[in-house]
Design a protein around this ligand. Structure first.
Ligand SMILES: [Zn+2]
Length: 391
């Protein structure tokens, strides 16, 4: 097939501190970026008329199987397999239309998101590229136990892990603390000992999996950091005094020493906290201290939990930038190249560079100057093909 050449672009390549001053066209072949050039006119050229382009956005934390409108986590279990698959395909297409070309799914109960992942990878359906964790390892009656990953002690935890491996997951998810949506589980409490966490991470690494750890409470954050998980989700610093109040600089040192990324799941709804001195100030303080200590933050939303819409990452990024005090380019990196690296796809997506997937989002306005531009992409390309939701 002839090359596609997109010309007359303002390119932000996913890595630079500003727009690319040296290139204005992108050559694409077989779904991949071949080169950045300065072609004005050539066979196969599509004149993009001066629009802005970034790499496709990446959400590091979603749940494709969850309907944000359903508040009761047990109600999800009653949805029939065929309908659920249909809903997940629809969600992945809304994500694509919004400019989210890759997402990391951090848990479900029936491995159906893996089936959708495979349908998308094979080209049977078009959708957002997915990497999937399957059933999270959790304690007995622990956070999201209804997904089937309950384990008491290290042997059972490794059995749950082996079951995910047999199902073909891309990474391992472990619930290091309780969570809000599960009755009788306390976000502040650690669910596994440091030693069990270490065994889980060691086995996962043997099998070449990365590990994402759900962590609200500080003790669980410490266990995850000591075990050297790949990403800490939420990182809410919950302690006896409540949410955000048990920040621990020694734990942060471990996070940095073990090169763990933090995925704070700041969703678009956090906008409601802006101006509310208490919560806003506390969270901003925590993120500021983490950043100063050298912690790398990545963009994520926890899409699928009540009220958090799957395709709202572009609306969440400016809110995340506010709370974490990121410049527009830092925020964009957290949702492209940095995020790709954290989820193990750093050589495939998140950059407009040769050999990367041609996942591109086009905007009328410059998102490196104003993140609000992300809300209204003009067009989206996935694997070298323009996606039009209507078609
Ligand atoms: Zn989650």
């Amino acid at each position: 097939m002839a090359d596609t050449i997109l010309t007359n672009l303002n390119i932000w390549n996913g890595l630079g501190d500003s727009l690319d001053q040296h290139h204005s066209s992108i050559r694409i072949r077989d779904g991949k970026i071949v080169a950045l050039e300065n072609v004005q006119d050539a066979p196969g050229a599509i004149n993009m008329a001066g629009v802005y382009v970034t790499p496709g956005l990446i959400d590091a934390h979603v749940h494709m199987c969850l309907d944000p409108e359903i508040r009761d986590p047990f109600a999800h279990g009653k949805i029939k397999r065929e309908l659920l698959i249909e809903q997940m395909i629809e969600r992945s297409q809304s994500m694509l239309a919004a400019g989210i070309t890759t997402a990391r799914d951090l848990g479900g109960g029936k491995w159906l998101e893996l089936a959708v992942r495979d349908m998308i990878n094979s080209g049977e359906v078009v959708g957002c590229r997915l990497v999937c964790a399957g059933q999270p390892i959790t304690s007995v009656k622990g956070h999201c136990h209804f997904w089937g990953g309950e384990a008491e002690g290290v042997e059972q935890a490794l059995e749950v892990l082996a079951r995910q491996h047999a199902r073909g997951v891309d990474l391992i998810k472990v619930m290091a603390t309780g969570g809000s949506i599960t009755p009788d589980s306390a976000p502040k409490d650690a669910q596994f000992s440091s030693s069990i966490m270490k065994s889980i991470v060691a086995r996962a690494n043997e099998l070449e999996y990365t590990v994402a750890a759900h962590c609200h409470g500080t003790e669980g954050i410490r266990h995850a950091a000591e075990a050297g998980v790949t990403t800490i989700e939420h990182c809410s610093w919950v302690g006896e005094e409540g949410w955000g109040k048990a920040y621990d600089p020694e734990v942060v040192e471990k996070i940095v020493a073990n090169d763990v990324r933090v995925s704070p799941t700041v969703n678009a709804g956090w906008k409601r906290y802006i101006g509310t001195q208490k919560f806003e100030g506390m969270m901003m303080d925590n993120y500021r201290k983490m950043k100063q200590a050298g912690v790398k933050l990545i963009a994520s939303t926890d899409a699928g939990i009540p009220g958090v819409i799957h395709h709202h990452l572009p609306l969440a990024i400016p809110v995340f930038a506010h709370f974490a005090e990121l410049t527009p380019v830092e925020a964009l990196k957290s949702a492209t190249s940095d995020c790709a690296e954290a989820i193990g796809l750093g050589d495939q997506v998140g950059q407009i560079s040769p050999d990367f997937s041609a996942d591109l989002v086009f905007y009328a306005d410059d998102p490196t100057a104003n993140l609000e531009a992300l809300a209204t992409p003009l067009r989206v390309m996935s694997k070298g093909v323009f996606f039009d939701k209507a078609s």
